[in-house]
Design a protein around this ligand. Structure first.
Ligand code: AKB
Length: 318
């Protein structure tokens, strides 16, 4: 029986991954762990909830031992924009925190560690269109540097210790549940919120800034499918490209305007523009498709329809 610990459970991905894993493996078998943010009642009450700090190895070790954990999903991370404002914090949480998780995995002989990487692992010298899985990894952001380190460490722990570490390079993730914090791709979610609230939106990325993006149901499917993939079929481990859709801010605005015709946008790029300019526009995810049958379900049109349907009652009470 699987016993899963999700670290970063109160964040954007964790708050939706935990209910999915609880449905799949049983409420009692999925321990949600947060750091400081208050969990929702559902997260805290439907199954076990603990507070841990990835920088305090003992706090994670205690939860692993107390609950007989065999699999960790490590979602604790400082994202790209906050990482540029607080590079030391990003280095510490993303590298030292993740190192603690890998060491616990090795010492406690855990079955599996799942951890997201990001399109931030690429940099300005990487080919930007249909970016290959194997290419130049020379990011210019601290977040990107920690993500490349994480990929290399995950592959190292697999080769050296046989620890089954798996990860995928998430694009920007869009969701209607828990807002993300501190990402460069977050403009897209802000745009949906503004449109549904009937407000004008000023995008912090400029026109033409196409980036790879993914709707949350696909992001969850990707990490769970990768976790369940037959290891004998995997050539890659911690560094899979996963593609779903790509769009620039004005293309997202046009898609939203089809559902909310009154919606207006203007563009005032800030420091996050330089981050976006260093990332790919689209990804070649043939390795994920071949090794574990990755296939996204949502394109921009389907995502916009679903986002507006979900956000409307939440933000307007209608
Ligand atoms: C960010 O914008 O920092 C994240 C990411 C692409 O990893 N959403």
């Amino acid at each position: 029986m699987k016993k899963i610990l999700v670290i970063g459970a109160v964040g954007q991905i964790g708050s939706e991954l935990v209910p999915l894993l609880r449905t799949k493996y049983g409420n009692e078998n999925v321990v949600a762990a947060g750091h400081s943010k208050k969990p929702t009642d559902d997260l805290a009450n439907a199954g076990p909830f603990e507070f841990v700090n990835v920088l305090d190895k003992e706090s994670v070790e205690t939860v692993v031992k107390d609950h007989g954990i065999d699999t960790i999903y490590n979602l604790a991370a400082i994202l790209s924009a906050t990482g540029e404002q607080k590079p030391q914090l990003a280095y510490n949480v993303n590298n030292n925190g993740y190192f603690n998780i890998l060491e616990i995995g090795r010492e406690q002989e855990l079955e599996r560690i799942m951890t997201p990487s990001s399109i931030a692992a690429f940099g300005p010298e990487t080919p930007r269109d249909n970016t290959p899985n194997e290419t130049i990894l020379k990011p210019t952001t601290m977040y990107g540097i920690t993500k490349v380190t994480g990929e290399l460490l995950g592959n190292y722990y697999f080769q050296k210790y046989g620890l089954d570490v798996r990860g995928l390079r998430y694009p920007g993730i869009i969701s209607s549940e828990t807002p993300p914090g501190g990402g460069t791709t977050d403009y897209s979610i802000e745009m949906y919120y503004a449109a549904v609230k009937g407000e004008h939106y000023t995008s912090f990325l400029g026109e033409g800034s196409a980036l790879p993006m993914m709707y949350m149901p696909d992001a969850l499917k990707a990490i769970v499918d990768l976790a369940e993939a037959d290891i004998s079929k995997l050539t890659h481990h911690s560094d899979f490209n996963v593609n779903a859709m790509s769009f620039a801010p004005e293309e997202l605005a046009t898609s939203i305007q089809k559902e909310c015709p009154e919606f207006t946008v203007d563009y005032k790029p800030d420091f996050r523009q330089a981050i976006a300019d260093s990332w790919p526009k689209s990804l070649d995810d043939s390795a994920a498709r071949q090794e574990w049958n990755w296939k996204p379900g949502y394109d921009l049109k389907a995502m916009t329809k679903d986002m507006i349907e979900k956000l409307t009652p939440k933000l307007t009470g209608e």
